[in-house]
Design a protein around this ligand. Structure first.
Ligand code: GLA
Length: 402
């Protein structure tokens, strides 16, 4: 292993860095699946292979979900020379074999580490082993690294993330660098050349707007809408090659209602957020699959213009969201954030506005609106007023264009 390590370091001198390629490489937000939200540290190679099989079988790979990401808990010990090993009981065939399997299914493999001494779950962190770890991941055929921020007392975030970013580039392998520093040091202000995405928030929990009182006295993550409120104002920092990440999806995982699942997914797409599923794909219902696989909605997230949408206003408990798209269309979403179902009068022409960030003007004159969650409803002209019904915690999502 050590010989290979130095050979790779020598190759570094002649390998062009991937930096210049970044915007092509991460031209749209990442899509895939991650083990954490559902399985925590209880992961193993059978689960990952079964998930890979399901992703192909259910058409998720065709829909764009290509990353299969292991989160915390895959680690074994470091060997005598400091090289990280996989947990031999959970991954008896080794990580290279797993990467080969995942690649053979047309997907890419993601892995997880931490800038500190330990990962959040107490496994070996990468501190002091950055180049060694990056090299090991590249040798295994890893395509994605989520890099966490636990056990980092006295470590400078900018330095730590830049170091691992350099280490990954030095491998010569294209590896998506997903920073997971929870937005503590405002990475959106300094990490555009360091990473392809950065977390803007703490951890997501599968609740819509509030965490139930029973969890008050214990550590808990944040509800979906809290993350939305933190991530929305950062839209100017996102774009092709560098995306805001308000954490992974809780769609189909836990206590969200069907409407809440739809709203959560829609808002992630409106915010050009990573679409990383976090549910058990082997037991998911048909209704959840229909949400995750709606290609018209995914196209809003993956739109090549790469502009994160905005919440234009909030009126009478309804939030008005807009996202300019390549070619002049707009995605328009009405979210009922409140607890009561609502009848809303949409006065299309009054919604005309110019988005200063993108310089694009939303002008519904002469346009049609296609309902993306119910394609059976014919596209209607965006003229005059339209009376719509929006259940509590649900959305209406339109693609508006000529
Ligand atoms: C942190 C991260 C989570 C997850 C866990 C794993 O809390 O923010 O997304 O990776 O660590 O321990």
């Amino acid at each position: 292993m050590r010989k290979l390590f130095y050979a790779a370091l020598a190759a570094l001198m002649i390998t062009p860095a991937f930096g210049q390629e970044t915007s092509k490489f991460a031209a749209t937000p990442q899509m895939g699946w991650n083990s954490w939200n559902k399985f925590g540290v209880n992961i193993n190679e059978d689960l990952i292979k079964a998930t890979a099989d399901k992703m192909v079988e259910l058409g998720l790979v065709d829909a764009g979900y290509i990353y299969l990401n292991l989160d915390d808990g895959w680690h074994g010990e470091r060997d005598e020379q400091g090289f990280i090993q996989v947990d031999p009981e959970k991954f008896p065939s080794g990580m290279k074999a797993l990467a080969d399997y995942v690649h053979s299914k047309g997907m890419k493999l993601g892995i997880y580490s931490d800038a500190g001494w330990k990962t959040c779950a107490g496994c070996a962190g990468s501190y002091g082993h950055e180049f060694q770890d990056a090299f090991t991941y590249a040798q295994w055929g890893v395509d994605y690294l989520k890099y966490d921020w636990c056990y980092t007392e006295n470590i400078n975030p900018k330095g730590a993330y830049k170091l691992m970013s350099e280490a990954l580039k030095a491998t010569g392998r294209q590896i998506w660098f997903s920073m997971c520093e929870w937005g503590t040091a405002k990475p959106w202000e300094w990490a555009a050349d360091i990473a392809q995405s950065w977390r803007t928030t703490g951890d997501i929990w599968p609740y819509f707007d509030t965490i139930p009182a029973e969890f008050e006295n214990q550590w808990h993550g944040e509800p979906v809408m809290k993350l939305v409120d933190l991530n929305e104002p950062l839209r100017a920092y996102a774009g092709p090659g560098h995306w805001n990440d308000p954490d992974m999806l809780e769609v189909g995982n836990g206590s969200l209602t069907l409407a809440e699942n739809r709203a959560h997914f829609t808002l992630w797409c409106m915010m050009a957020a990573p679409l990383l599923m976090g549910n058990d794909l082997t037991t998911m219902s048909e209704e959840i699959l229909q949400i995750l696989c709606n290609k018209d909605v995914i196209a809003i997230d993956q739109d090549p213009l790469g502009v994160q949408g905005l919440r234009l206003k909030s009126e009478g408990g309804i939030e008005y969201w807009f996202k300019p798209l390549e070619g002049g269309d707009w995605a328009v979403c009405f979210l009922n954030r409140g607890a009561e179902d609502k009848v809303v009068l949409i006065d299309w022409e009054s919604l005309k506005f110019t988005d200063e960030l993108s310089g694009k003007t939303f002008d519904p004159a002469g346009c049609k609106a296609q309902n993306l969650w119910d394609k059976k409803v014919r596209a209607r002209k965006t003229k005059g007023t339209q009376k719509v019904y929006i259940p509590s915690h649900d959305v209406l999502l339109y693609r508006v264009g000529k």
